[in-house]
Every structure is written in structure tokens, then in C-alpha cells.
Design a protein around this ligand. Structure first.
Ligand SMILES: [Fe+2]
Length: 313
């Protein structure tokens, strides 16, 4: 299991994911890495969270976590088809609403009445593995209740999402892409959307194969972390949407993240970035990981309007 297994069936994929959870290594695109390092980091964060509880900073940090921003972006990736000019995507990620459920009400107020063509949910709906899954999915339904989606709701899994999240998201209208591609069609023109399973911890050759499969027409990659940016650009994707980093969640006063939780492609840790001809966006995410505070960094969602570039008309 040095570079990720070749999961040909859903059963093989689910078994592979569970074997990683039971093992001592996470698997990323560059190979396995020992889990103990992350376990030590998590313990240190718990100590930090315990210290925060003794200070007024905890209340301030939680208030910051509830202070969401709707980021409105207009992107014109090279080759975006004229038939899709003005196409609107609501990009939501890293909701983790079982950790801080009050974010659901703040999100519902922010998103109420928004109309989009596509709702893209790029993983980490869940937070703590020991919490039942409904504790993250039910508040997500409240958060998204006022959004009008004209066409598709597409989701992918994050590193905190169990296999069971796929079925849990179905009643909310989501189709979860696990290392496969779906087509958006307008006026006979097709945009291909490839959604990967999380690659930070659960990379498999199936993810790479889905990315490398030849598709004629514009290609969008939905990947929980930006750690496939180089591979996606090389495969011909023109747009890449991701999360995972929480924008750092706790940042320096200049807004730069202290930790990104990335093992590669660190240039793509937050905001809009480029990789060759591909445009990428890494969202700060709606929710938080423990400790459930934000400093010098706000969470939220992105409303993305896609424009056909002048040279593409
Ligand atoms: Fe996350």
C-alpha cells in the first residue's frame, strides 16, 4: 500500500478506506505517512484548546467562527465555454457542523435566497468520528435550506467523512462523486466535473485514474484538498475547487496561515490561485476543527460566477 491501491469497485474502495482508518499510515499522492505525527499534533491542539478555555480568547474566537463571509468571485478560466457564460456555483466546504452547530443558523442567514446553477460541496461535512453522522447532516440541511439550486448538487468526501456520508447526503439531493466524472450539458456543450475521494489521507490510484481519464471539453475538478493541483492541471482541468485548509483557521495578524494541513501544493492553501492554465480556489470553509475558534481568518462560502474569457469567445 505504498502509493494507494487500485480500487475498481465500490466495495474495494470502501474496504480500502476502512483499512487505512484501521492502520498506522495515511496515504497521500506522494505515498504513506505515519499517523502518529498527526496524532501528536491533535493532542497539542487539545492542550491549546484547554488553555484557551481559561481565557476570554475562547469566546472571542468562537464569535469569529460564527462571523461568516460570503465571498463573491468572478472567474474566467481559459476555455470556459460561451454556453456556460454566467454559470453560478455556490461552493461550500468543511462544514463540520457537529463541532459547532450554531454555524448552521449563521450560514442559513447568509445563504438565504441565493440562486445558483450548481451547489458544490467539497467535503468534510463531518467533524468528530465519534459523533453520529446525523449531527453534521441535519444542521447542514438547515444551513442550505434557503438556497435555490437550478441544476445539480454535487458532493465529494473529505478526510473526516466516513463512507456512510454518501448515503446520508442523498436526502439533501446530493450526488457524491467518488473518483468519477459527471457531465453538465447546456446547448449541446458539455462541461465535465470530476470528483475525487479525499487524497490527503485516502489517496488511491482510482483517484489518479479518474483525473487522467481523457474528456473532451472543459474540465472541473472537485477535490477536498488542493493537493492534486499539479496533477489536475497536467490532466487538462481548467477549474479546481477545494477546501481542507480552513484558510489556516488560526492565522498570523497579516492573515497568513500558521498551519495549512497540506503535505504538497502549499501554494494553493487559500483563496484564488493558478497552476499553469488552471484556476483554483481554496475556500476557508464554513466550519471549524477543534479548537472551534478562528483568529485573523473568517470562514464562509463562495458564490462563483464563471465567465467566458474574451479570447475564448
Ligand atoms: Fe476540514
Amino acid at each position: 500500500m505504498d502509493r494507494g491501491q487500485d480500487c475498481s469497485t465500490t466495495e474495494e474502495w470502501a474496504a480500502y478506506r476502512r483499512s487505512i482508518l484501521a492502520g498506522r499510515y495515511w496515504i497521500s499522492p506522494d505515498g504513506p505517512r505515519p499517523r502518529w505525527k498527526h496524532d501528536v499534533f491533535s493532542r497539542l491542539l487539545r492542550v491549546f484548546g484547554g488553555v484557551l478555555r481559561l481565557t476570554p480568547l475562547l469566546a472571542r474566537g468562537v464569535r469569529n467562527s460564527l462571523d461568516l463571509r460570503l465571498t463573491e468571485l468572478e472567474l474566467a478560466p481559459k476555455g470556459w465555454p460561451a454556453a456556460f457564460d454566467g454559470y453560478r456555483i455556490l461552493h461550500v466546504t468543511d462544514t463540520h457542523l457537529d463541532i459547532l452547530p450554531a454555524i448552521a443558523e449563521a450560514a442559513a442567514a447568509m445563504l438565504d435566497g441565493i440562486e445558483v446553477d450548481l451547489l458544490a460541496l467539497t467535503g468534510d461535512v463531518h467533524g468528530w468520528a465519534r459523533n453520529p453522522i446525523h449531527q453534521s447532516v441535519e444542521p447542514l440541511a438547515r444551513a442550505l435550506g434557503g438556497v435555490r439550486v437550478r441544476e445539480r448538487r454535487l458532493a465529494i468526501l473529505g478526510n473526516h467523512d466516513p463512507v456512510e456520508m454518501i448515503a446520508a447526503l442523498e436526502p439533501l439531493g446530493f450526488e457524491t462523486l467518488v473518483n468519477r466524472t459527471t457531465a453538465l450539458v447546456r446547448d449541446g456543450v458539455t462541461v465535465h466535473v470530476t470528483g475525487l475521494d479525499d487524497v490527503h489521507d485516502f489517496y488511491s490510484l482510482a483517484a489518479r485514474r479518474a483525473l487522467d481519464a481523457r474528456q473532451d471539453g472543459f474540465r472541473v475538478a472537485l477535490v477536498h484538498s488542493p493537493e492534486m493541483a499539479d496533477h489536475a492541471a497536467a490532466a487538462g482541468c481548467g477549474l479546481y475547487l477545494s477546501g481542507h485548509t480552513h484558510g489556516g483557521q488560526i492565522c498570523r495578524p497579516n492573515g497568513r496561515p500558521i498551519f495549512t494541513q497540506l503535505v504538497r501544493c502549499r501554494h494553493a492553501a487559500s483563496g484564488v490561485w493558478r497552476q499553469g492554465d488552471m484556476v483554483g480556489y481554496t475556500s476557508p470553509g464554513l466550519g471549524v476543527s477543534p479548537p472551534m475558534v478562528r483568529f485573523n481568518c473568517r470562514g464562509g462560502a463562495a458564490l462563483i460566477t464563471l465567465r467566458c474569457g474574451e479570447n475564448d469567445r
